[in-house]
Design a protein around this ligand. Structure first.
Ligand SMILES: *Cc1c(COP(=O)(O)O)cnc(C)c1O
Length: 367
């Protein structure tokens, strides 16, 4: 049996014809930028996130960049970021001219360690940009207390955590501002690029909306230097439809995760841990193994596709050579890049496919 890592043509309960009709309706309306579909998606997604405002953007990287820009963060400033994340988190900081300062994660949760964050703060630090890695919210209450005590902004990169929560509070409501991505593989994905900024601050939302629209507050009135980064009306219409299914898709992910957790207990794999009170969105199911590459080949030989998120930590990428962070300086991130493996996970996966993944993992014998 073949078990693909994910299946982007399979949205359980949402037939392709429904998406086809959305294209026809949008085409007939003839409004491709802005308009009612975007307004409605923004208000529905803000409500879903238990926040006051949502501003659609062109993608998740732009969403983070726009937040940092709107907060006035720039050259000479430092922003705390995870040492183990997709490089986009760091790029957003670099794009405003500020310096990303890596903070190592807690090995058990993969997320930013609040004590290490506190230790990394300097007089130049302006914000903490935490990532809800693999779908598990970062410890936002602890990070929020540190941010409040030191006068920092708390920003969340929730590109992987649509629908996740801490004690019932959804991602999008846990930070001063939250950036979402609707890249097609995410838990809530468009049929192309898309993103959003979610915030309870009306002032910040207005600023982000202006910056994302040529610095204009209304047509032909440009108050600031802006950019062009918008969520297309067509993508907004698709996302409105998919948002109706997000909870049931996340529930299916949670079922699959529970199955993996119970069936793989006692194996050689180090399994992900969900802290008490946290609602995991299970964007990825990531295990650790000291024999990661051999395990991945073994799975592949049995038709099970597993991926590595991420094989090279940002500080070891050429793009960040100028920061001069030497190999060995961030041991946790460097250990994770060698040990993490993401097992197949998507809402369309069958029980039989999940069993196949478990059997393939359990039959692995490192030499
Ligand atoms: C996908 C992702 C992004 C980038 O989102 P885009 O929409 O592709 O720009 C940023 N951060 C994390 C953690 C991601 O997984």
């Amino acid at each position: 049996m073949k078990v693909p890592f994910l299946a982007l043509d399979d949205f359980p309960g949402l037939p392709a014809e429904v998406l086809g009709r959305i294209f026809q309706t949008t085409l007939a309306r003839g409004q491709f930028i802005g308009g009612p579909e975007l307004d409605q998606f923004e208000s529905e997604f803000a409500q879903y996130c238990q926040a006051g405002n949502c501003v659609g953007t062109g993608n998740g990287l732009d969403a983070m960049h726009l937040v940092l820009w709107a907060f006035g963060i720039g050259p000479g400033d430092e922003v705390l970021v995870p040492s183990n994340t997709f490089i986009a988190t760091w790029l957003a900081v670099s794009r405003v001219g500020a310096t990303p300062v890596p903070v190592e994660p807690d090995l058990a949760t993969f997320n930013m360690d609040p004590d290490r964050a506190r230790d990394a703060i300097t007089p130049r630090t302006k914000a903490i940009l935490a990532v809800d890695l693999y779908g598990l919210p970062a410890p936002m209450r602890e990070l929020g207390e540190i941010a409040a005590a030191r006068g920092l902004f708390l920003i969340a990169d929730a590109a992987q955590s649509h629908g996740a929560s801490i004690r019932g509070s959804k991602t999008g409501s846990l930070a001063d501002a939250t950036a979402f991505s609707f890249y097609p593989t995410k838990n809530l994905g468009a049929l192309g690029d898309g993103g959003a900024v979610v915030t309870s601050s009306d002032t910040l939302a207005r600023k982000v909306r202006g910056l994302a629209n040529y610095g204009a507050s209304r047509k032909n009135v440009h108050e600031m230097i802006g950019a062009n980064s918008r969520l297309d009306s067509l993508q907004a219409a698709v996302l409105r439809e998919k948002l109706k299914h997000l909870d049931s898709w996340n529930e299916r992910r949670a079922q699959l995760a529970d199955f993996y957790l119970t069936q793989l207990r006692g194996s050689d794999l180090i399994l992900p841990r969900v802290p008490e009170g946290y609602g995991h969105a299970w964007h990825l199911f990531v295990v650790r193994s000291r024999h990661r590459d051999a395990l991945r080949s073994h799975l592949s030989s049995l038709g099970v596709e597993a991926l590595v998120h991420y094989p090279t930590a940002p500080h070891l990428q050429e793009a960040y050579a100028h920061l001069g962070i030497r190999r060995g300086a961030l041991p946790v991130a460097e250990l994770l890049q060698d040990q993490v493996l993401s097992l197949p996970m998507h809402p369309g996966m069958t029980d039989e496919q999940a069993r196949c993944v478990v059997e393939a993992c359990r039959s692995f014998r490192p030499d």
